[in-house]
Design a protein around this ligand. Sequence first.
Ligand code: NAD
Length: 364
Amino acid sequence: MCSSDLVTVHLPHHRYDITIEPTVLDRLGVLVRNVAPHTRCLLVSDEHVMALHGDHAIGSLEHADYHVIRHILPAGEKHKTLDSVRDAYNTMLDAKLERRSPVIALGGGIVGDMAGFIAATYLRGVPFIQCPTSLLAMVDASVGGKVGVNVPQGKNLVGAFYQPLAVVIDPLVLQTLPPREQRCGMAECVKHAVIRAPDQFDWLHENWPKIQAMLPATLTELVAWNVAIKARVVEADEKETGERAHLNFGHTFAHAIESTRGYGIIEHGEAVALGMVAATKLAIDTDRCPADTLPKLTALLTKIGLPIKTKLAPIEQLMQAMQLDKKVADSHLRLVLPDRLGAVSVINNATPNQLETAWKFIRE
Ligand code: NAD
């Protein structure tokens, strides 16, 4: 029998449970019925996840007496669009789904973000349940209520804050996740350890072999402590007016790398790993952070198989891309930098020279 965990997210007007338990997909129907007892539901998934885990999820929902309408999206960031959302509305309208019919997201962060946006907007909001299947979606995207789509001008520029009624996580589904996607999810786990949990940094070092071996108890523990960190940050600052910005550690550099190299060439988690290295270099150069933080970080990332150096666009292009990022407030670039392992601060006074040195440090 493997361990299980329950994390509750407490928000001013809403609370919800995140159940983390190997084989909990068997009980998906019951857990959905507990929070959204209707006769029909919409299951949103993508083609990969549907082929691997769709029957299991649908079987469980049908066993709990749901009539399941399916909406299967093509996989990939380029389909995270308003056109895909419109297709889903058509499925829902054709099936005459009503305000009490829950939307269930079964998939990675793309499915979760889109299904959440669909749930937030269809009939001005219907019940929403997250059943994340990628490591990134389990430890990050499914918790906290940010939902949305990409538009030609940029990623995630149209969306809402829309909290789920429940999050159901079966760590066993990670056994089918491609290794590169697993490593990308690990980048967010390293991020959580750096911003809030220095002990978990050592835990990641020790347990990486067991995570790679997909041991159910270790996967459950990994997801549980990460979800708990994300939940506590979201509870403190649901709408990102303050400390939720700490979750952006590494992300301002990452977004500039992704947008200048092209989405799909470098994965988001890989860009986050590089971004965390650049941000830490900047923190050390400006005497904010002990110098040994950098070798500790690069050793862990390398052990996991995440990059610490890469090919980069010219510095001017990277600087320009950083200025276009959402984290620019009143023309000041805001960066999250480590103070030490376990604590970060937001700064807005990095000079072009300091930024250039940080960029050069991660250039291959
Ligand atoms: P993804 O949804 O594309 O999933 C990665 C790939 O793995 C896909 O091909 C998917 O089909 C496949 N997959 C997922 N689960 C699988 C499984 N168990 N077995 C086999 N294959 C599986 O990408 P992602 O990395 O999960 O999520 C990235 C998205 O999440 C981005 O669009 C990003 O903007 C968003 N995101 C949102 C938040 C938030 O707070 N809402 C936070 C971080 C990221």
